[in-house]
Design a protein around this ligand. Structure first.
Ligand SMILES: Cc1cc2nc3c(=O)[nH]c(=O)nc-3n(C[C@H](O)[C@H](O)[C@H](O)COP(=O)(O)O)c2cc1C
Length: 417
């Protein structure tokens, strides 16, 4: 019986354990998690979501305070079009996080950065350009273009000295999205180095509509594989979304996929950024506690735990401090929803917004509990402590379980003494 360890992912001369841990913003896929995965010979991701906010916490910078100070005058104004990121600060934050991470890297694996196009930051092209280039400057091994079609992203870094040497890949949820990307970038003289095909059971934002349940990862992956073969395109294909056991992963590898991307199992690792109290909520969840909804102001469906504090919170938009979801004109659908509720409840001290969430504030506070479909199976991957809580795992344990397990089994961790 084959197992994941019988396969290798090849990038040029490099050989990797074919397990990639997906990017999880905001700092859920921490540098610590990515470094551990790289040490074990796989690929770990850091995320560049809300990096100035993340570096304030990790490296004691003052980017959020400075931005809030600069735009304080605008806090009560519903027009956020003036609230812009300082591109120098954005570059500095990216340099800091990527630089620190890459300097700490050990082992044969790689570290990639997940970069979401939907974080439009009130200047989509300019901010994306800075984020991509700063990561390349600091020696990131690769970049995964996520949450968007990224039709113009290669052009933003085409003249960067590392454009041809870093591993650059794209996440798609359909053959059509991949074809668009390839067509648009045909003149770059450079194909993506890998393609992640993300199915409807993934965590975070989904590349499907609310009819997501009608789609199936195996079918989409097979369609893309046939297309790549027909076009004689030798690009590693990496499926993601609902791959919960080593056997799930092996079945994709046996069908010709180059590696798998996984995330949910690692949300309950000690190296993961989710606070332990919230990790216990992930463990406790049953299938009916998880929903896909349209609460994210990005316009994409998002999967989350129904009991997370973000839902129904009527917090004032925090764009002067954050503002990562503001579109090219400084709009965000949470601001509209919030203003509508304020107008409908004059004089109310507290309001509740039910149809949208303030994604920036709640992701930063770990109050928006986005999760994968199989989060309800996490409780079966660990032991119960004497006090009824669940034992937090190590990334090494989970990684090795994917790498070596067979027969659809999940190995439990050694019990606390
Ligand atoms: C908590 C969480 C946060 C995520 N955040 C992001 C993100 O910021 N960007 C992204 O491209 N994908 C994100 N994802 C998707 C994962 O990178 C990955 O592709 C997917 O969840 C794999 O499926 P699995 O969780 O069933 O293993 C997130 C997933 C989870 C569970």
């Amino acid at each position: 019986m084959k197992r994941v360890d019988d396969f290798r992912l090849r990038f040029g001369k490099r050989e990797l354990v074919p397990i990639m841990i997906g990017g999880m913003g905001v700092d859920i896929s921490t540098a610590e998690l990515a470094l551990e995965v790289a040490r074990l010979g796989g690929i770990g991701h850091i995320s560049d979501a809300m990096l100035p906010t993340v570096t304030d916490r990790l490296y004691k910078t003052r980017f959020v305070k400075d931005k809030l100070q600069q735009y304080k005058y605008n806090v009560a104004n519903s027009d956020k079009s003036k609230v812009q990121f300082d591109l120098g600060h954005l570059a500095e934050a990216t340099h800091l996080h990527v630089g620190h991470t890459m300097q700490a890297k050990r082992g044969d694996g790689m570290i990639f950065m997940n970069c979401m196009e939907k974080l439009t930051m009130n200047a989509p092209r300019e901010t994306l350009r800075v984020r991509l280039r700063a990561a390349l400057d600091e020696g990131i091994d690769g970049i995964t273009l996520a949450a968007g079609l990224h039709l113009g992203s290669f052009a933003l870094i085409e003249d960067h000295p590392r454009f041809r040497d870093a591993q650059l890949g794209i996440i798609v949820s359909s053959l059509r999205a991949l074809q668009l990307f390839l067509r648009k970038n045909a003149k770059m003289g450079r194909l993506p180095d890998f393609i992640v095909v993300e199915g409807p059971l993934a965590g975070g934002h989904l590349g499907f509509g609310m009819d997501w349940a009608q789609y199936d990862l195996h079918t989409i992956a097979a369609e893309i594989q046939q297309y790549l073969q027909a076009e004689k395109l030798d690009i590693p294909l990496i499926p993601a979304g609902g791959i919960f056991t080593g056997s799930d992963a092996t079945s994709f590898l046996e069908n010709g996929c180059a590696a798998v991307q996984v995330a949910t199992r690692f949300t309950v690792a000690k190296e993961c950024g989710i606070p332990e109290k919230v990790q216990q909520e992930y463990f406790k969840a049953s299938e009916s506690d998880i929903e896909v909804n349209m609460l994210s102001p990005t316009g994409y469906p998002m999967r989350m735990l129904k009991n997370c504090p973000a839902i129904g919170s009527g917090i004032r938009p925090n764009c002067e401090a954050f503002g990562y979801v503001l579109d090219a004109n400084g709009n965000c659908s949470y601001i509209d929803a919030y203003n509508r509720e304020v107008a409908a409840h004059p004089g109310a001290k507290k309001i509740s917004v039910k149809d949208k969430i303030c994604l920036c504030t709640h992701m930063r506070n770990y109050d928006c509990w986005t999760c994968g479909h199989y989060t309800y199976r996490l409780k079966d991957t660990t032991n119960r402590n004497a006090d009824g809580t669940y034992q937090i795992l190590t990334a090494e344990h989970i990684f090795h379980d994917y790498q070596f397990s067979t027969g659809n089994k999940v190995a439990l961790p050694p019990q606390h003494p």
